[in-house]
Write a protein that binds this ligand. Sequence first.
Ligand SMILES: C[S@@+](CC[C@H](N)C(=O)[O-])C[C@H]1O[C@@H](n2cnc3c(N)ncnc32)[C@H](O)[C@@H]1O
Length: 493
Amino acid sequence: MTPEILSLARYLASSRAEFTLSEMNLYLSRKYDEKELYESLKPHLYDLSLFCDARYKCTKLANQPLPADESIIRELEGMFKTPRLPARVEKLVESYIERSCGKDWHTGRKADLIRENIVKQKEEYWKGKSQYPRIRIISYLLYHFPVYFCQYQYLLLDLLRSGLLTTKMSILDAGAGPGTITLSTIDFLRKLLEVYSKKNIDVKLSIKIGAVEQEAENINCYKELASSYLSDLKLDNANITMAEPVSAPLETVKLPEDYDLIVFSNVLAEMDMPPEQRADVVERVASASKNPTIIIIEPADLVNSTALRVTQHALIRKGFNIFSPCTLIWGIGCTGGNCWSFEEPGSIQVPGFMKKIARTGEPYRYINTDMKFSSVILRRDGITKHAYRAKGKFARLANLKKHVGKRVNVAVSVMSGNLGDEKTFVFKVCDATTSVPCYAVLPAYHMNDNNKAIFDAGYGGIIEISGTLIRENRAFSSYNLLITRNTAVRIVN
Ligand SMILES: C[S@@+](CC[C@H](N)C(=O)[O-])C[C@H]1O[C@@H](n2cnc3c(N)ncnc32)[C@H](O)[C@@H]1O
Protein backbone atom coordinates (compact mmCIF):
# COMPACT_ATOMS: atom_id res chain seq x y z
CA MET A 1 0.00 0.00 0.00
CA THR A 2 1.24 3.47 -0.80
CA PRO A 3 1.71 5.90 2.10
CA GLU A 4 -0.62 8.22 0.14
CA ILE A 5 -3.63 5.96 0.77
CA LEU A 6 -2.99 5.67 4.48
CA SER A 7 -2.38 9.38 5.01
CA LEU A 8 -5.52 10.29 3.04
CA ALA A 9 -7.56 7.79 5.07
CA ARG A 10 -6.12 9.25 8.26
CA TYR A 11 -7.06 12.76 7.11
CA LEU A 12 -10.62 11.75 6.11
CA ALA A 13 -11.08 9.80 9.36
CA SER A 14 -10.19 12.87 11.38
CA SER A 15 -12.17 15.39 9.36
CA ARG A 16 -15.39 13.55 8.30
CA ALA A 17 -18.08 11.64 10.16
CA GLU A 18 -18.28 9.30 7.14
CA PHE A 19 -16.90 8.83 3.64
CA THR A 20 -16.90 6.18 0.92
CA LEU A 21 -13.76 4.50 -0.30
CA SER A 22 -14.60 5.49 -3.89
CA GLU A 23 -14.46 9.13 -2.77
CA MET A 24 -10.82 8.63 -1.96
CA ASN A 25 -10.10 8.42 -5.69
CA LEU A 26 -10.93 12.12 -5.97
CA TYR A 27 -7.77 12.91 -4.03
CA LEU A 28 -5.36 10.11 -4.97
CA SER A 29 -2.69 10.34 -7.69
CA ARG A 30 -4.11 7.22 -9.41
CA LYS A 31 -7.44 5.36 -9.33
CA TYR A 32 -7.97 2.20 -7.27
CA ASP A 33 -10.84 -0.29 -7.02
CA GLU A 34 -12.82 0.08 -3.81
CA LYS A 35 -11.89 -3.52 -2.99
CA GLU A 36 -8.22 -2.75 -3.50
CA LEU A 37 -8.48 0.25 -1.19
CA TYR A 38 -10.35 -1.79 1.39
CA GLU A 39 -7.79 -4.59 1.40
CA SER A 40 -4.89 -2.20 1.83
CA LEU A 41 -6.62 -0.22 4.58
CA LYS A 42 -8.03 -3.24 6.44
CA PRO A 43 -5.03 -3.79 8.75
CA HIS A 44 -5.11 -0.09 9.69
CA LEU A 45 -8.84 0.34 10.33
CA TYR A 46 -8.46 -0.46 14.03
CA ASP A 47 -5.80 2.22 14.59
CA LEU A 48 -7.80 4.69 12.49
CA SER A 49 -10.95 3.98 14.59
CA LEU A 50 -12.82 3.45 11.35
CA PHE A 51 -15.43 0.91 10.37
CA CYS A 52 -15.90 0.25 6.64
CA ASP A 53 -18.98 -1.77 5.72
CA ALA A 54 -19.67 -4.14 2.82
CA ARG A 55 -20.58 -1.18 0.59
CA TYR A 56 -17.28 0.47 1.46
CA LYS A 57 -18.88 3.24 3.45
CA CYS A 58 -16.57 4.19 6.30
CA THR A 59 -17.69 5.70 9.60
CA LYS A 60 -15.95 6.71 12.82
CA LEU A 61 -16.15 3.93 15.37
CA ALA A 62 -16.74 5.12 18.93
CA ASN A 63 -15.39 2.84 21.64
CA GLN A 64 -18.25 2.01 23.99
CA PRO A 65 -19.45 -0.95 26.07
CA LEU A 66 -21.24 -3.61 24.04
CA PRO A 67 -25.00 -3.66 24.65
CA ALA A 68 -25.76 -6.33 27.26
CA ASP A 69 -29.31 -5.95 28.50
CA GLU A 70 -31.22 -8.82 30.14
CA SER A 71 -32.70 -10.12 26.90
CA ILE A 72 -29.31 -10.25 25.15
CA ILE A 73 -27.72 -12.09 28.07
CA ARG A 74 -30.64 -14.52 28.24
CA GLU A 75 -30.32 -15.27 24.54
CA LEU A 76 -26.58 -15.96 24.89
CA GLU A 77 -27.11 -18.07 28.01
CA GLY A 78 -29.53 -20.13 25.92
CA MET A 79 -26.74 -20.73 23.39
CA PHE A 80 -24.40 -21.88 26.18
CA LYS A 81 -26.85 -24.44 27.53
CA THR A 82 -25.49 -27.01 25.08
CA PRO A 83 -21.82 -26.05 24.82
CA ARG A 84 -20.01 -27.43 21.79
CA LEU A 85 -17.43 -26.54 19.21
CA PRO A 86 -19.00 -24.70 16.29
CA ALA A 87 -19.28 -27.02 13.25
CA ARG A 88 -16.86 -24.86 11.26
CA VAL A 89 -14.14 -25.05 13.94
CA GLU A 90 -14.65 -28.79 14.31
CA LYS A 91 -14.19 -29.19 10.56
CA LEU A 92 -11.07 -26.99 10.49
CA VAL A 93 -9.46 -28.94 13.33
CA GLU A 94 -10.22 -32.27 11.67
CA SER A 95 -8.80 -31.11 8.32
CA TYR A 96 -5.69 -29.92 10.11
CA ILE A 97 -5.28 -33.35 11.70
CA GLU A 98 -5.82 -35.01 8.32
CA ARG A 99 -3.23 -32.81 6.64
CA SER A 100 -0.71 -33.56 9.40
CA CYS A 101 -1.21 -37.29 9.87
CA GLY A 102 -3.12 -38.45 6.81
CA LYS A 103 -6.78 -39.31 6.25
CA ASP A 104 -6.35 -42.55 8.20
CA TRP A 105 -5.22 -40.75 11.39
CA HIS A 106 -7.93 -42.42 13.48
CA THR A 107 -7.16 -46.03 12.54
CA GLY A 108 -4.34 -48.52 12.96
CA ARG A 109 -0.85 -47.67 14.15
CA LYS A 110 -1.27 -43.92 13.65
CA ALA A 111 -4.28 -43.80 15.95
CA ASP A 112 -2.43 -45.91 18.52
CA LEU A 113 0.44 -43.45 18.53
CA ILE A 114 -1.90 -40.49 18.93
CA ARG A 115 -3.72 -42.25 21.78
CA GLU A 116 -0.44 -43.05 23.47
CA ASN A 117 0.47 -39.41 23.19
CA ILE A 118 -2.87 -38.22 24.57
CA VAL A 119 -2.39 -40.40 27.63
CA LYS A 120 1.20 -39.22 28.07
CA GLN A 121 0.24 -35.58 27.64
CA LYS A 122 -2.62 -36.03 30.07
CA GLU A 123 -0.26 -37.37 32.66
CA GLU A 124 2.10 -34.50 31.93
CA TYR A 125 5.11 -36.57 31.22
CA TRP A 126 5.24 -36.25 27.48
CA LYS A 127 8.88 -36.00 26.55
CA GLY A 128 11.14 -36.75 23.62
CA LYS A 129 10.40 -36.89 19.94
CA SER A 130 7.29 -38.34 18.41
CA GLN A 131 7.15 -40.24 15.17
CA TYR A 132 4.88 -37.67 13.55
CA PRO A 133 6.19 -34.12 13.75
CA ARG A 134 2.89 -32.52 14.62
CA ILE A 135 1.60 -35.22 16.93
CA ARG A 136 1.97 -33.21 20.11
CA ILE A 137 -0.30 -30.42 18.93
CA ILE A 138 -2.58 -33.03 17.34
CA SER A 139 -3.21 -34.79 20.64
CA TYR A 140 -3.79 -31.38 22.26
CA LEU A 141 -6.39 -30.51 19.61
CA LEU A 142 -8.10 -33.85 20.03
CA TYR A 143 -8.24 -33.91 23.80
CA HIS A 144 -7.83 -30.49 25.46
CA PHE A 145 -8.80 -27.90 22.85
CA PRO A 146 -12.61 -28.46 22.76
CA VAL A 147 -13.13 -28.01 26.52
CA TYR A 148 -10.76 -25.04 26.79
CA PHE A 149 -12.46 -23.40 23.79
CA CYS A 150 -15.92 -23.71 25.34
CA GLN A 151 -15.12 -22.87 28.98
CA TYR A 152 -13.46 -19.55 28.12
CA GLN A 153 -16.72 -18.23 26.65
CA TYR A 154 -18.35 -18.27 30.12
CA LEU A 155 -15.71 -15.76 31.25
CA LEU A 156 -16.37 -13.60 28.18
CA LEU A 157 -20.07 -13.70 28.99
CA ASP A 158 -19.24 -12.45 32.48
CA LEU A 159 -17.20 -9.58 31.04
CA LEU A 160 -20.04 -8.72 28.68
CA ARG A 161 -22.56 -8.66 31.55
CA SER A 162 -20.32 -6.27 33.46
CA GLY A 163 -19.76 -3.88 30.56
CA LEU A 164 -16.09 -4.79 30.16
CA LEU A 165 -16.37 -5.81 26.50
CA THR A 166 -16.37 -2.84 24.17
CA THR A 167 -16.80 -2.09 20.48
CA LYS A 168 -13.09 -1.52 19.94
CA MET A 169 -10.73 -3.95 21.62
CA SER A 170 -7.16 -5.07 21.30
CA ILE A 171 -6.76 -8.61 22.66
CA LEU A 172 -3.65 -10.65 23.45
CA ASP A 173 -3.68 -14.45 23.45
CA ALA A 174 -0.64 -15.13 25.66
CA GLY A 175 0.75 -18.66 25.25
CA ALA A 176 -1.65 -19.18 22.38
CA GLY A 177 -0.97 -22.85 21.56
CA PRO A 178 -3.16 -23.76 18.57
CA GLY A 179 -5.23 -20.57 19.02
CA THR A 180 -7.88 -21.82 21.44
CA ILE A 181 -8.56 -18.38 22.89
CA THR A 182 -8.33 -16.53 19.58
CA LEU A 183 -10.79 -18.89 17.90
CA SER A 184 -13.11 -18.92 20.90
CA THR A 185 -13.12 -15.11 21.08
CA ILE A 186 -14.03 -14.82 17.40
CA ASP A 187 -16.79 -17.42 17.84
CA PHE A 188 -18.16 -15.59 20.88
CA LEU A 189 -18.29 -12.31 18.92
CA ARG A 190 -19.99 -14.12 16.04
CA LYS A 191 -22.69 -15.40 18.39
CA LEU A 192 -23.09 -11.96 19.95
CA LEU A 193 -23.47 -10.27 16.55
CA GLU A 194 -26.07 -12.90 15.66
CA VAL A 195 -28.07 -11.91 18.76
CA TYR A 196 -27.75 -8.19 17.94
CA SER A 197 -28.89 -8.78 14.39
CA LYS A 198 -31.91 -10.81 15.55
CA LYS A 199 -32.87 -7.93 17.84
CA ASN A 200 -32.15 -5.25 15.21
CA ILE A 201 -29.43 -3.68 17.33
CA ASP A 202 -26.87 -1.97 15.14
CA VAL A 203 -23.42 -2.56 16.64
CA LYS A 204 -20.12 -2.37 14.79
CA LEU A 205 -16.98 -4.01 16.12
CA SER A 206 -13.31 -3.38 15.53
CA ILE A 207 -11.12 -6.06 17.09
CA LYS A 208 -7.40 -6.63 16.87
CA ILE A 209 -6.01 -9.94 18.12
CA GLY A 210 -2.35 -10.59 18.88
CA ALA A 211 -0.65 -13.74 20.13
CA VAL A 212 2.58 -14.80 21.79
CA GLU A 213 3.75 -18.40 21.61
CA GLN A 214 7.16 -19.98 22.03
CA GLU A 215 6.73 -23.22 20.03
CA ALA A 216 7.10 -22.88 16.24
CA GLU A 217 4.86 -25.92 15.66
CA ASN A 218 2.04 -24.30 17.65
CA ILE A 219 2.42 -20.99 15.84
CA ASN A 220 2.01 -22.76 12.49
CA CYS A 221 -1.14 -24.45 13.75
CA TYR A 222 -2.43 -21.16 15.20
CA LYS A 223 -1.90 -19.33 11.91
CA GLU A 224 -3.55 -22.02 9.86
CA LEU A 225 -6.62 -22.46 12.07
CA ALA A 226 -7.21 -18.84 13.01
CA SER A 227 -6.71 -17.34 9.57
CA SER A 228 -8.89 -20.01 7.87
CA TYR A 229 -11.64 -19.49 10.43
CA LEU A 230 -11.53 -15.74 10.08
CA SER A 231 -11.43 -15.68 6.29
CA ASP A 232 -14.42 -18.06 6.06
CA LEU A 233 -16.57 -16.01 8.42
CA LYS A 234 -18.61 -13.31 6.83
CA LEU A 235 -19.22 -10.88 9.64
CA ASP A 236 -20.82 -7.78 8.16
CA ASN A 237 -20.57 -5.79 11.37
CA ALA A 238 -17.10 -6.72 12.52
CA ASN A 239 -13.64 -5.84 11.39
CA ILE A 240 -11.42 -8.45 13.07
CA THR A 241 -7.72 -8.44 12.28
CA MET A 242 -5.02 -10.76 13.50
CA ALA A 243 -1.46 -9.60 13.99
CA GLU A 244 1.41 -11.92 13.09
CA PRO A 245 1.91 -14.10 16.22
CA VAL A 246 5.05 -13.19 18.14
CA SER A 247 7.38 -16.14 18.48
CA ALA A 248 9.01 -15.67 21.90
CA PRO A 249 8.86 -16.73 25.53
CA LEU A 250 6.46 -14.61 27.60
CA GLU A 251 9.26 -14.01 30.09
CA THR A 252 11.23 -11.85 27.65
CA VAL A 253 8.86 -10.88 24.82
CA LYS A 254 8.67 -7.19 23.93
CA LEU A 255 5.07 -5.99 23.63
CA PRO A 256 4.73 -2.26 23.10
CA GLU A 257 0.97 -2.53 22.37
CA ASP A 258 -1.81 -1.25 24.66
CA TYR A 259 -4.10 -4.28 25.13
CA ASP A 260 -7.64 -4.13 26.52
CA LEU A 261 -7.81 -7.85 27.23
CA ILE A 262 -4.90 -10.19 27.95
CA VAL A 263 -5.63 -13.89 28.33
CA PHE A 264 -3.29 -16.49 29.83
CA SER A 265 -5.20 -19.73 29.33
CA ASN A 266 -3.48 -22.81 30.74
CA VAL A 267 -0.05 -21.34 30.25
CA LEU A 268 1.31 -20.04 33.57
CA ALA A 269 1.34 -23.54 35.09
CA GLU A 270 3.71 -24.61 32.31
CA MET A 271 6.29 -22.07 33.42
CA ASP A 272 9.14 -23.57 35.29
CA MET A 273 9.17 -21.04 38.15
CA PRO A 274 7.40 -20.60 41.51
CA PRO A 275 3.83 -19.24 41.34
CA GLU A 276 4.83 -15.86 42.87
CA GLN A 277 7.34 -15.35 40.08
CA ARG A 278 4.69 -15.99 37.42
CA ALA A 279 3.14 -12.74 38.59
CA ASP A 280 6.27 -10.92 37.34
CA VAL A 281 5.66 -12.38 33.87
CA VAL A 282 2.01 -11.28 33.88
CA GLU A 283 2.98 -7.80 35.07
CA ARG A 284 5.65 -7.50 32.36
CA VAL A 285 3.29 -8.60 29.58
CA ALA A 286 0.70 -6.07 30.75
CA SER A 287 3.18 -3.26 31.39
CA ALA A 288 2.47 -1.28 28.19
CA SER A 289 -1.32 -1.56 28.58
CA LYS A 290 -3.13 1.36 30.19
CA ASN A 291 -6.03 -0.45 31.82
CA PRO A 292 -6.22 -4.04 30.71
CA THR A 293 -8.56 -6.78 31.83
CA ILE A 294 -6.39 -9.80 32.56
CA ILE A 295 -7.80 -13.31 32.55
CA ILE A 296 -5.80 -16.20 33.96
CA ILE A 297 -7.19 -19.71 33.58
CA GLU A 298 -5.62 -22.83 35.03
CA PRO A 299 -6.63 -26.48 35.41
CA ALA A 300 -8.83 -27.21 38.45
CA ASP A 301 -6.55 -29.81 40.11
CA LEU A 302 -5.22 -29.04 43.60
CA VAL A 303 -1.66 -28.14 42.60
CA ASN A 304 -2.45 -25.85 39.64
CA SER A 305 -5.51 -24.29 41.20
CA THR A 306 -3.83 -23.36 44.49
CA ALA A 307 -0.77 -22.10 42.57
CA LEU A 308 -3.05 -19.75 40.62
CA ARG A 309 -4.29 -18.15 43.87
CA VAL A 310 -0.68 -17.59 44.96
CA THR A 311 0.08 -15.90 41.63
CA GLN A 312 -3.15 -13.92 41.93
CA HIS A 313 -2.17 -12.70 45.39
CA ALA A 314 1.30 -11.69 44.20
CA LEU A 315 -0.40 -9.64 41.45
CA ILE A 316 -2.56 -7.91 44.05
CA ARG A 317 0.60 -6.89 45.88
CA LYS A 318 1.74 -5.38 42.56
CA GLY A 319 -1.34 -3.14 42.39
CA PHE A 320 -3.87 -5.30 40.50
CA ASN A 321 -7.35 -5.88 41.92
CA ILE A 322 -9.60 -8.90 41.56
CA PHE A 323 -12.60 -8.28 39.36
CA SER A 324 -13.86 -11.84 39.90
CA PRO A 325 -14.41 -14.46 41.26
CA CYS A 326 -13.35 -13.37 44.77
CA THR A 327 -15.13 -10.57 46.62
CA LEU A 328 -13.53 -8.88 49.60
CA ILE A 329 -16.74 -9.07 51.60
CA TRP A 330 -15.23 -7.24 54.61
CA GLY A 331 -13.08 -4.94 52.50
CA ILE A 332 -9.90 -6.77 53.46
CA GLY A 333 -7.92 -9.13 51.28
CA CYS A 334 -7.13 -12.80 51.87
CA THR A 335 -3.57 -14.12 51.87
CA GLY A 336 -4.05 -16.22 48.76
CA GLY A 337 -2.85 -19.31 50.63
CA ASN A 338 -4.48 -22.73 50.81
CA CYS A 339 -7.32 -21.87 48.43
CA TRP A 340 -8.64 -24.60 46.17
CA SER A 341 -11.59 -23.26 44.25
CA PHE A 342 -12.83 -23.94 40.74
CA GLU A 343 -15.97 -23.73 38.67
CA GLU A 344 -17.73 -26.44 36.74
CA PRO A 345 -20.11 -25.08 34.11
CA GLY A 346 -20.97 -28.58 32.85
CA SER A 347 -20.01 -30.81 29.95
CA ILE A 348 -19.56 -30.10 26.27
CA GLN A 349 -20.89 -32.26 23.47
CA VAL A 350 -18.32 -34.73 22.18
CA PRO A 351 -16.82 -33.44 18.92
CA GLY A 352 -16.78 -35.87 15.99
CA PHE A 353 -12.97 -36.07 15.91
CA MET A 354 -12.87 -37.00 19.62
CA LYS A 355 -15.38 -39.79 18.99
CA LYS A 356 -13.15 -41.12 16.22
CA ILE A 357 -10.00 -41.33 18.35
CA ALA A 358 -12.02 -42.84 21.21
CA ARG A 359 -13.11 -45.82 19.11
CA THR A 360 -11.15 -48.33 21.20
CA GLY A 361 -11.76 -50.75 24.05
CA GLU A 362 -11.33 -47.91 26.58
CA PRO A 363 -13.07 -44.89 25.00
CA TYR A 364 -13.28 -42.94 28.31
CA ARG A 365 -9.49 -42.44 28.23
CA TYR A 366 -9.81 -40.26 25.13
CA ILE A 367 -13.06 -38.46 25.85
CA ASN A 368 -12.67 -35.13 27.62
CA THR A 369 -15.89 -33.15 28.01
CA ASP A 370 -15.96 -31.83 31.61
CA MET A 371 -15.45 -28.11 31.91
CA LYS A 372 -13.71 -27.62 35.23
CA PHE A 373 -11.30 -24.74 35.72
CA SER A 374 -9.85 -22.19 38.10
CA SER A 375 -9.65 -18.61 36.93
CA VAL A 376 -9.21 -15.04 37.99
CA ILE A 377 -10.06 -11.80 36.22
CA LEU A 378 -7.89 -8.85 37.25
CA ARG A 379 -8.00 -5.10 36.68
CA ARG A 380 -5.93 -2.17 37.84
CA ASP A 381 -8.73 0.39 38.25
CA GLY A 382 -10.52 -1.07 41.29
CA ILE A 383 -13.57 -2.29 39.27
CA THR A 384 -15.05 -5.46 40.78
CA LYS A 385 -17.88 -7.70 39.64
CA HIS A 386 -19.64 -7.42 43.01
CA ALA A 387 -19.47 -4.31 45.16
CA TYR A 388 -21.18 -5.95 48.16
CA ARG A 389 -19.74 -5.31 51.64
CA ALA A 390 -21.00 -7.01 54.83
CA LYS A 391 -21.84 -4.84 57.76
CA GLY A 392 -22.39 -5.52 61.47
CA LYS A 393 -24.74 -8.40 62.01
CA PHE A 394 -22.61 -11.09 60.35
CA ALA A 395 -19.82 -13.22 61.79
CA ARG A 396 -16.54 -13.26 59.90
CA LEU A 397 -15.38 -16.73 58.86
CA ALA A 398 -12.04 -15.91 60.56
CA ASN A 399 -13.92 -15.90 63.89
CA LEU A 400 -15.79 -19.21 63.50
CA LYS A 401 -13.72 -20.91 66.21
CA LYS A 402 -15.58 -19.01 68.91
CA HIS A 403 -18.98 -19.79 67.33
CA VAL A 404 -18.58 -23.60 67.11
CA GLY A 405 -21.85 -25.27 68.18
CA LYS A 406 -23.81 -22.02 67.77
CA ARG A 407 -26.04 -20.59 65.10
CA VAL A 408 -24.74 -17.42 63.43
CA ASN A 409 -25.34 -15.27 60.34
CA VAL A 410 -22.62 -15.04 57.67
CA ALA A 411 -22.15 -13.27 54.34
CA VAL A 412 -20.08 -15.35 51.93
CA SER A 413 -19.24 -15.99 48.28
CA VAL A 414 -20.09 -19.41 46.90
CA MET A 415 -16.76 -20.70 45.58
CA SER A 416 -17.66 -24.10 44.14
CA GLY A 417 -20.43 -26.14 42.64
CA ASN A 418 -21.86 -29.02 44.69
CA LEU A 419 -18.85 -30.92 46.06
CA GLY A 420 -21.10 -33.42 47.85
CA ASP A 421 -23.72 -35.77 46.43
CA GLU A 422 -27.53 -35.87 46.07
CA LYS A 423 -27.98 -36.65 49.76
CA THR A 424 -25.73 -33.93 51.14
CA PHE A 425 -24.97 -30.79 49.17
CA VAL A 426 -21.62 -29.20 49.97
CA PHE A 427 -20.41 -25.79 48.72
CA LYS A 428 -17.10 -24.12 49.44
CA VAL A 429 -17.73 -20.63 50.82
CA CYS A 430 -15.40 -17.72 51.47
CA ASP A 431 -15.49 -14.16 52.79
CA ALA A 432 -11.77 -13.49 52.24
CA THR A 433 -11.01 -13.26 55.98
CA THR A 434 -9.45 -16.70 56.47
CA SER A 435 -7.46 -19.35 54.64
CA VAL A 436 -9.10 -22.11 56.72
CA PRO A 437 -11.45 -23.92 54.31
CA CYS A 438 -15.18 -23.40 55.07
CA TYR A 439 -18.06 -25.39 53.57
CA ALA A 440 -21.79 -24.78 53.58
CA VAL A 441 -23.42 -28.19 54.10
CA LEU A 442 -27.08 -28.72 53.24
CA PRO A 443 -28.55 -32.20 53.85
CA ALA A 444 -31.15 -32.84 51.13
CA TYR A 445 -33.90 -33.52 53.71
CA HIS A 446 -33.40 -30.00 55.13
CA MET A 447 -33.76 -28.29 51.75
CA ASN A 448 -36.74 -25.95 51.45
CA ASP A 449 -37.83 -22.68 49.77
CA ASN A 450 -36.04 -20.72 52.46
CA ASN A 451 -32.56 -22.12 51.86
CA LYS A 452 -32.46 -23.48 48.29
CA ALA A 453 -31.16 -20.16 46.86
CA ILE A 454 -27.67 -21.52 47.49
CA PHE A 455 -28.08 -23.48 44.24
CA ASP A 456 -28.85 -20.34 42.23
CA ALA A 457 -26.05 -18.12 43.54
CA GLY A 458 -23.60 -19.33 40.88
CA TYR A 459 -19.83 -19.41 41.12
CA GLY A 460 -18.57 -16.29 42.95
CA GLY A 461 -22.15 -15.24 43.80
CA ILE A 462 -22.73 -13.73 47.25
CA ILE A 463 -25.24 -15.03 49.76
CA GLU A 464 -26.28 -14.12 53.27
CA ILE A 465 -26.90 -17.19 55.41
CA SER A 466 -29.00 -16.58 58.52
CA GLY A 467 -28.94 -19.09 61.38
CA THR A 468 -26.27 -21.52 60.19
CA LEU A 469 -24.93 -24.00 62.75
CA ILE A 470 -21.12 -23.97 62.96
CA ARG A 471 -19.25 -27.23 63.26
CA GLU A 472 -15.53 -27.84 63.29
CA ASN A 473 -14.22 -30.64 61.10
CA ARG A 474 -10.97 -31.48 62.87
CA ALA A 475 -10.04 -34.30 60.48
CA PHE A 476 -9.92 -31.85 57.58
CA SER A 477 -8.95 -28.71 59.54
CA SER A 478 -12.02 -26.97 58.20
CA TYR A 479 -15.40 -25.62 59.30
CA ASN A 480 -18.81 -26.78 58.20
CA LEU A 481 -21.68 -24.30 58.15
CA LEU A 482 -24.73 -26.52 58.50
CA ILE A 483 -27.82 -25.30 56.67
CA THR A 484 -30.93 -26.79 58.22
CA ARG A 485 -34.62 -26.25 57.52
CA ASN A 486 -34.48 -23.26 59.90
CA THR A 487 -31.62 -21.59 58.03
CA ALA A 488 -32.35 -18.86 55.45
CA VAL A 489 -30.20 -18.26 52.37
CA ARG A 490 -30.53 -15.05 50.37
CA ILE A 491 -28.65 -14.03 47.23
CA VAL A 492 -27.42 -10.46 47.59
CA ASN A 493 -25.31 -9.55 44.55
C1 LIG B 1 -1.49 -25.89 27.56
S1 LIG B 1 -1.12 -24.90 26.19
C2 LIG B 1 -2.44 -23.72 26.24
C3 LIG B 1 -2.77 -23.19 24.89
C4 LIG B 1 -3.99 -22.28 24.87
N1 LIG B 1 -3.74 -21.05 25.56
C5 LIG B 1 -5.19 -23.00 25.43
O1 LIG B 1 -5.75 -22.59 26.45
O2 LIG B 1 -5.59 -24.02 24.86
C6 LIG B 1 0.21 -23.91 26.75
C7 LIG B 1 0.86 -23.13 25.63
O3 LIG B 1 1.69 -22.14 26.20
C8 LIG B 1 2.93 -22.15 25.54
N2 LIG B 1 3.93 -21.70 26.50
C9 LIG B 1 4.31 -22.32 27.64
N3 LIG B 1 5.23 -21.58 28.29
C10 LIG B 1 5.42 -20.48 27.54
C11 LIG B 1 6.25 -19.35 27.67
N4 LIG B 1 7.07 -19.23 28.70
N5 LIG B 1 6.20 -18.40 26.71
C12 LIG B 1 5.36 -18.53 25.65
N6 LIG B 1 4.56 -19.58 25.47
C13 LIG B 1 4.60 -20.56 26.39
C14 LIG B 1 3.15 -23.60 25.12
O4 LIG B 1 4.06 -23.70 24.07
C15 LIG B 1 1.74 -23.99 24.74
O5 LIG B 1 1.45 -23.70 23.42
